[in-house]
Design a protein around this ligand. Structure first.
Ligand code: PCA
Length: 335
């Protein structure tokens, strides 16, 4: 009896030891190391936001989910990040949503000049289009975690931009298909240059001007290589963050919840930061020596006509899902 009970004890101890190994293995496999790629300058608030998400998720999961953020295109450059996540080369990433415009027009709706003219309208556009954009990303095996606007797009040129004639024939930086089309309609020569190569492209005369946010103007020290900024507030493109759905599905429900919550929080913080930076950036650029101008009526008139053309072109190529989404937006802003 004693022996038997001893053997039970021994057996129990062995079982406990074995359980420990199994549990150890379980704990080890619950430790998830993920790589997240973001293409822009590490100083951009958009890049810093990805790091906040990584810190939040790590804290909420007691270190179980450990996300390494690779900024400044150190892992994959713009616009390859969505593709790299689709093929499983990275787990998570951020990318300018409108870069996917050639795949489906809805992705570039926030790149249409003057479709929105305030953060409030940009937010309504995001709310109206989010469900369909989430579906489109799911079709690509990706889950959107958050999207944050860069800030209103202005024009930075070396020299005068009183009206569109002033920049005719000049080389204008484009950052995707939609900004290339804009440059062509402005009678400038579109040259695709990513933000990370912008300084050199200006300094070597490959480009004479660009559209971008004053936020990027500050983060990229644009006063060092461009003389003038013309404030047009023309559109407000979003950066979206996503995770590969198959990676997400491997997480425990608690880990998934932590990631989703961190994404929601990043979205709230990101929109607030974007607004605050956009308010301060023109002053900062002025202090750094840039000539900051309110766009003339002539320039705004010319750009608005181009915006109408781009929206007509957009509608002609938009599918039913995109048209329905833009219809919801127009209802939301009572247009
Ligand atoms: N900055 C990025 C995208 C839009 C923006 O404001 C860029 O210039 O590439």
């Amino acid at each position: 009896m004693l022996n038997k009970s001893r053997s039970y004890v021994t057996g129990g101890a062995a079982a406990v030891a074995l359980l420990g190994v199994v549990m150890g293995a379980t704990v080890a496999s619950a430790q998830t190391k993920l790589n997240m790629a973001t293409p822009y300058n590490c100083q951009e608030f958009i890049s810093k936001l990805a790091s906040v998400v990584a810190e939040d998720v790590k804290a909420a999961t007691n270190g179980e989910v450990d996300i390494t953020v690779h900024c400044a295109g150190s892992l994959f450059k713009n616009p390859e990040i969505v593709g790299a996540a689709r093929t499983g080369q990275i787990d998570m990433g951020t990318q300018l949503m409108s870069n996917l415009g050639p795949e489906n027009r809805l992705f570039e709706v926030d790149n249409m000049p003057f479709l929105t003219s305030s953060y409030e309208e940009s937010w309504k556009l995001w709310q109206a289009t989010r469900p369909r954009l989430e579906e489109l990303m799911q079709e690509r095996g990706l889950r959107i975690l958050y999207a944050v606007p860069w800030g209103p797009q202005n024009f930075f040129f070396n020299g005068k931009l009183e009206n569109l004639d002033d920049v005719k024939g000049k080389k204008q930086r484009a950052y995707n298909a939609s900004t290339s089309r804009l440059a062509a309609l402005m009678d400038t020569v579109p040259v695709t240059v990513q933000a990370s190569d912008m300084a050199q492209a200006f300094q070597t005369g490959i480009i004479n001007g660009t559209s971008t946010s004053s936020n990027t103007g500050v983060a990229s020290n644009m006063h060092e290589f461009v003389t003038d900024m013309y404030m047009t507030n023309a559109w407000n493109p979003k950066q979206m963050a996503f995770i590969k759905e198959s990676v997400f599905q491997k997480m425990t429900p608690e880990q998934q919840e932590a990631l989703i919550f961190a994404g929601r929080k990043a979205e709230a913080i990101g929109w607030a930061q974007s607004i605050a930076i956009a308010q301060n950036a023109p002053r900062i650029l002025t202090e750094r020596g840039m000539k900051v101008h309110k766009a003339s009526g002539d320039l705004m008139g010319g750009l608005k006509k181009i915006g109408d053309t781009m929206l007509d072109e957009w509608l002609a190529k938009a599918d039913d899902g995109a048209k329905t989404a833009i219809g919801s937006f127009k209802t939301a802003v009572a247009r």
